[in-house]
Write a protein that binds this ligand. Structure first.
Ligand SMILES: Cc1cc2nc3c(=O)[nH]c(=O)nc-3n(C[C@H](O)[C@H](O)[C@H](O)COP(=O)(O)OP(=O)(O)OC[C@H]3O[C@@H](n4cnc5c(N)ncnc54)[C@H](O)[C@@H]3O)c2cc1C
Length: 395
């Protein structure tokens, strides 16, 4: 990848910037800038605007409705949209869609891909179970064939956005007689199917994004099996590579870094702007250096994917560094805010009282609290280190 962007790339970047400026509804832009909690309605509206422009799926191949953009264009699109626009939901676009277009059949592609592109279906990911998180292959949710259906029984947990989802992609056990990994299949399940119960889990930030999902004699048409029965583990690993690349969140962290500098310029320490304090400057410099290094690693992986290489174990590096940097940035933001970070006000939607403290502080404590999860979801960082030791270093 040529890191000195060509004129066409700069033109493309300007085009994206212009499009965002002209097309993103002002109320959504305002909520994003104020750091208000994620809203599905905003994400759906933005996805539909992008889809109408033909930009709904920046990373899908063109033949399935993607943009066919180069890695550089995708990178520039992320740069321009992170922190400005609602994030595109990863579960449909980045996770299940590549599985469907790579391993699914034509009927599944025709049915699901356009609905993902237009946010007609909102997806969630049914991998983790109580007792089967890191040791995912031990999952127990059982699917048994009965006529034209699978009958599914089990319990998924930590399922992000299950309460808002139309569909769930689920790992289920279809064979108990073989090695654990070989008995797993990949099923697409309509969340409205009788027998599905969703129960909320409230996180440290007092937000509701994750859930438990109970499946009680849920009948799923056999045509909703992706690929071959018993091959679910292969598809699951393929999908996790995509999940971990997204988790690097470089553009988002760059945005957070800019905001951190803005706060450090505005807040005073011993009568001088915090940014002039040597210790705090050193902390900002350290995280900025780490972020720049991560950015180049991410660009190398993107360039590989442009040459047709699927993200492999090296995606674990992105996940570890990206999540640690994300956490560090939220910690520094809270540190910079000082006393104003203490009064915690999780839900300001609909309030007409002014925020406690400066407006740039809104949402920062929430990000800090929720951010404790960055090093857990998508496979914990300890597990990523195990993967690197085994698959990259050959230990
Ligand atoms: C906010 C949030 C959102 C999530 N969203 C989803 C979702 O949408 N869908 C979904 O399927 N899952 C989701 N998850 C689940 C997530 O993938 C799991 O939490 C994660 O894989 C860890 O599994 P666990 O919680 O069962 O912890 P455990 O596997 O019980 O691990 C507990 C601790 O032990 C460590 N550990 C375990 N095994 C090893 C080992 N072999 N070597 C070294 N250390 C080890 C872990 O690193 C961790 O620190 C989400 C989790 C969170 C927190």
């Amino acid at each position: 990848m040529d890191l000195n962007f060509r004129r066409e790339d700069r033109n493309f970047q300007n085009e994206v910037r212009r499009f965002v400026k002209e097309s993103l509804p002002a109320d959504i832009r305002d909520r994003i800038h104020r750091g208000t909690p994620y809203r599905k309605a905003d994400a759906v509206a933005w996805q539909r605007i992008l889809n109408a422009k033909g930009w709904g799926a920046p990373h899908w191949p063109k033949k399935f409705g993607g943009t066919g953009w180069t890695a550089t264009q995708r990178y520039l699109f992320d740069e321009e949209t992170a922190g400005e626009c609602p994030p595109q939901s990863p579960f449909g676009l980045s996770m299940v869609a590549p599985v469907i277009y790579t391993f699914g059949n034509d009927a599944q592609r025709a049915r699901y891909l356009p609905r993902i592109l237009n946010a007609d279906d909102w997806w969630c990911q049914g991998y983790s179970e109580p007792g089967s998180g890191s040791d995912l292959a031990s999952l127990k949710t059982r699917a048994v064939v009965d006529g034209d259906s699978y009958v599914v029984n089990g319990h998924k947990i930590w399922t992000t956005q299950a309460h808002e989802a139309d569909m769930i992609f689920c790992l289920v056990r279809t064979n108990t007689e073989v090695k654990a990994q070989l008995g797993i299949s990949f099923l697409l399940i309509d969340m409205k199917t009788p027998g599905i119960t969703v129960r909320p889990i409230i996180t440290l930030d007092e937000g509701h994004t994750i859930n438990e999902v109970f499946l009680d004699n849920v009948r799923v048409p056999r045509e909703n099996l992706v690929g071959e029965e018993g091959e679910g583990w292969t598809y699951a690993k393929f999908l996790l590579g995509f999940e971990r690349t997204g988790i690097a969140q470089v553009a988002h962290s760059k945005h957070r870094l800019a905001k951190l500098k803005q706060i450090a310029k505005a807040e005073l320490c011993h009568g001088r702007p915090l940014i002039q304090d040597n210790d705090f400057r050193a902390k900002i410099a350290e995280v900025e250096i780490e972020l720049t290094a991560l950015e180049y690693t991410n660009l190398r992986i993107l360039a590989d994917s442009e040459r047709g290489k699927t993200p492999g174990p090296e995606a674990s590096m992105l996940k570890i560094r990206g999540s640690e940097i994300g956490q560090k940035l939220t910690e520094l933001a809270v540190e910079a805010l000082g006393n104003y970070a203490t009064p915690y006000d999780p839900v300001r939607e609909g309030q007409n009282e002014p925020p406690i403290g400066p407006a740039y502080g809104e949402g920062l404590m929430r990000s800090f609290l929720y951010g404790r999860a960055y090093t857990i979801y998508g496979g914990s960082n300890e597990i990523q280190r195990n993967i690197i030791a085994k698959m990259v270093l050959g230990l």
